[in-house]
Design a protein around this ligand. Structure first.
Ligand code: GLP
Length: 263
């Protein structure tokens, strides 16, 4: 696993946006570039930079198909906390050449969640899988909404949110955890690790424990993000603040080995 440590959040986002744009630009045009995307506060700076690059003509989304990681169950698209709303507000509405028909987000209002999730997996497969899945993680290491003790080979399905996650996410719901939906639809850990590449953003002091568990703990369903240790092409992009629980030797190793990536 690669761990690219940048000095701060802005540089982490710039590095990640440059990495994604370079992958899109290098992709042969004979089939779409399939990009997995997260929500949350972590990717906002990456989306801002991708929008800037797109408007400046530095990267085109005309041949990009996207699949989002997750969506709250029971929130309509128009709800300002739905992930559909978030993605349009922070990314899709600002891209000059993103085709709406190329955007895939699980439908949180489905009356048949299992069929919705099976169709999502089938659609990903119909494109030949995901080229690059960008993700973020929760403070408990959850990747998408795969909370601790979700199977590391899980596929897209319904997930119960833990009380901890509802408390953390209540900052977007008037600080009332009861207003945070109790369930979500989410890609599985297996769905993410089937992607050709995975890039996970980890920033801030509050993610330090999760970063250490992801990189230096054993592979364990308690920290679902640790499944990335078995992926042949997984990258963590992080900031200094998130490194506080890494051992000094690990921190120095990654700084050394990735010194050319430091912005
Ligand atoms: C939510 C999402 C995750 C996201 C996580 C972290 O729980 N389901 O996909 O990675 O929050 O969010 P943030 O980046 O705001 O810390």
């Amino acid at each position: 696993m690669r761990v690219v440590i940048q000095e701060n959040y802005e540089k982490m986002c710039k590095w990640a946006a440059d990495y994604i744009a370079a992958k899109i630009n290098a992709h042969p045009g004979d089939r779409p570039f399939v990009l997995g995307l997260p929500t949350g506060s972590s990717p906002i700076g990456v989306y801002k930079e991708l929008v800037r690059m797109n408007k400046a003509g530095e990267v085109s989304f005309a041949n990009v198909v996207t699949f989002n990681m997750d969506e709250y169950l029971g929130l309509p698209r128009e709800h300002d906390q739905s992930y559909w709303y978030f993605m349009h507000d922070n990314l899709f509405d600002h891209l000059v050449d993103m085709k709406p028909e190329n955007i895939n987000i699980l439908n949180g209002m489905t009356d048949d969640p299992e069929a919705e999730c099976a169709a999502y997996e089938a659609k990903i497969a119909s494109y030949g899988g995901i080229d690059l899945f960008m993700g973020g993680i929760g403070v408990d290491g959850h990747l998408a909404f795969n909370e601790p003790f979700t199977s590391l080979s899980s596929r897209t399905g319904v997930r119960a949110l833990t009380t901890d996650t509802r408390i953390v996410n209540s900052r977007f719901f008037g600080n009332d955890p009861e207003k945070v939906p109790a369930y979500a639809l989410s890609v599985g850990i297996g769905t993410v690790t089937d992607s050709r590449e995975v890039l996970v953003l980890i920033n801030g002091h509050n993610k330090a424990r999760a970063l250490a568990a992801t990189v230096q703990g054993g592979v364990s369903q308690q920290w679902t993000c640790s499944a990335l240790q078995l992926h042949p092409a997984a990258i963590i992009a992080c900031d200094e603040a998130a490194c506080g629980e890494l051992t000094v030797d690990a921190y120095r190793y990654f700084l050394d080995i990735e010194k050319e990536e430091r912005l």
